[in-house]
Design a protein around this ligand. Structure first.
Ligand code: ATP
Length: 286
């Protein structure tokens, strides 16, 4: 086997509370992340013979860098370093469907898929915890992307606890209003805004355990990002008017998601957003 194609699913944050800035500059967070079936496709090819170290990346989205800045490249280097693999020749092809810089962890998920693929292609048999450790050295969302499902994420997001909740029966409509604020800028805005009390996900966890459509969604970034992003704020209102039971921004934005009782409801609302010229996707939680 020398080619492997894996799906790389997006995530949404059902709950995202940001705490204090640590001495190392990162922020403590508490987040409930949910994997959804809006996926990139990542194909990793291993050349049978390698002399030296060679990585090449191609991405269907021309806005995503295909050099060392790509998260898949960083994950591949971290993987080879971790296992002392000195000779490799790989090609990583990313078919992008998840909008990038949107708060949906598209890049992190591509990185997680790359780690899984390399683990198989190089016959390493690392367990998931070890891959999560390697992933965490590249990005805080990568361990969740390796775990998938519904998880409570703490630390800077890298301490992942899978939640034993029934598989959600509800559906998600995700939409991207364009533009945006970088994640580092969003954290900076939070640091300079009046502190809010650290919100707990307890209500949400009770709702998730009961299997009903959750309504206790929370995202700390909304209070600093939405006032500066009228497009995202308007999209929140639009989704509510289209029947979403709860609407929130995902991650540091600017994508917005709404929850619907069934996929058919989310698909109907999607058609309306598409007719308005807003990129949108109806998805199921995984
Ligand atoms: P998160 O929710 O984890 O904060 P995000 O959805 O906001 O992530 P990503 O799409 O994961 O953002 O990545 C955004 C940045 O990473 C952009 O600057 C982009 O150029 C860069 N990047 C590197 N590799 C990738 C990749 N494989 N896919 C998308 N963006 C990538």
């Amino acid at each position: 086997m020398n080619v492997l194609t894996l799906e790389a699913p997006a995530k949404i944050n059902l709950h995202l509370a940001v705490g204090a800035k640590r001495p190392d500059g990162y922020h403590e967070i508490e987040s409930v992340m949910q994997e959804i079936d809006l996926c990139d496709l990542v194909s990793v090819t291993r050349a049978p013979r390698a002399a030296g170290q060679h990585i090449a990346v191609h991405c269907s989205d021309p806005a995503v860098p295909c050099d060392r800045r790509n998260i898949v490249w960083k994950c591949a280097e971290a993987f080879f370093r971790a296992y002392g693999i000195a000779e490799y020749d790989i090609f990583i092809d990313i078919e992008k469907h998840i909008p990038s810089s949107a708060g949906l962890a598209g890049g992190s998920s591509d990185g997680a898929a790359t780690l899984k693929a390399l683990n198989l292609l190089f016959g390493i048999r690392a367990d998931r915890d070890r891959l999560m450790q390697i992933g965490a050295s590249v990005g805080a969302d990568i361990p969740f992307c390796l775990a998938g499902g519904t998880c409570l994420c703490r630390g800077i997001g890298e301490r992942v606890t899978p939640l034993a909740v029934p598989k959600p029966s509800w559906a998600v409509l995700v939409a991207f209003p364009g533009g945006g604020i970088s994640t580092s800028e969003a954290y900076r805005l939070l640091d300079t805004s009046p502190a809010a009390s650290f919100s707990s996900p307890d209500m949400l966890l009770t709702e998730l355990r009961s299997g009903r459509l959750p309504s206790s969604l929370f995202n700390d970034f909304e209070r600093v990002v939405l006032p500066r992003h009228p497009g995202a704020a308007a999209l929140r209102d639009r989704m509510s008017s289209l029947g979403a039971s709860s609407v929130r921004m995902s991650g540091s934005g600017p994508s917005v998601f709404g929850l619907f009782p069934a996929l058919s409801d989310a698909r109907r609302a999607r058609e309306t957003l598409l007719a308005d010229g807003i990129p949108a996707w109806a998805a199921k939680p995984l």
